[in-house]
Design a protein around this ligand. Sequence first.
Ligand code: AVI
Length: 313
Amino acid sequence: MSFLFKDFPADRDDFRVDVLAGLAACPKSIPPKYFYDEPGCRLFESICAQPEYTLTRTEQALMASRLSDIAAAIGPVDCIVEPGAGDCAKVRLLLDALRPSQLVVMDIAGVPLAAAAKTLARDYQGLAVTALGMDFLHDLEAAAPYLQAGRRLIYYPGSSIGNFPPDAATVLLARFRQLAGSEGRLLIGFDLKKDPLQLHRAYNDAAGVTAAFNLNLLERLNRELGADFDPARFRHYAFYNPVAGRIEMHLASLAEQDVNVTGQRFHFALGETLHTEHSYKFRRDEFSAIAKNAGWQLAAEWERDGFAVQLYG
Ligand code: AVI
């Protein structure tokens, strides 16, 4: 078994600084990457199993049904790199089809990543698995020394790119281009624009799991920064904004209230929201224009039930 884990410890101060800046801003916001502490990762897995949130299952079905076409279009690959790999489940299909010699996975939640990556290393004899516990938005370039030479494929599934506004998505895709190199390829999955009511339901599941995921952010602030949010005084509020083409997720204050975070006091008016996530939905041509601005040329694409996978070179 060939396995390496390198942790790039998240700077507790980044979290504190981002939270304080986001709460002081108008409108208030906190970056969505802070959803993913351990309870947040578990809640996200549970969201993916909810009947209304079909995104993950649709992508899996698309990948499984078109795998041989996708693998043929990608061609030979030495190294697969997956930023934000989470439980490392999605990449297995590509490992089976492409048989690269190295897999590099990255995630801000380093402990669960390391466990999942170690299992992969056991399951795929001859595959060198490198797990990097890092906030790749900060540290992507630090991954370069861990990548073996050869042809690289960046795999970015799950519509994670939708959590970035278009300008930030362009910057991230350009950084992927740098890491992949001129011979490199990008396989990316994203959610398509569709019936707004279907989208609304996906982010307002009947079991309340998405609400719990959103409210867990306040509990995380209480646990890790000694804040005194009362989650019962905030409501999960998610809706589709058709002008911007995105789901917006907020936490709405149910009262006029003050909250203390690391000794600083923040006022919430009744109904004021803390914006926690954007989830952009795209047309295929809209997305390929963003990727083109980042230096990628569309090579092939596949679509199923409102979800797209595109291959770039
Ligand atoms: C991770 N990301 C693509 C998910 C999404 O759909 O934007 C996160 C999520 N937020 C609420 N439900 C799922």
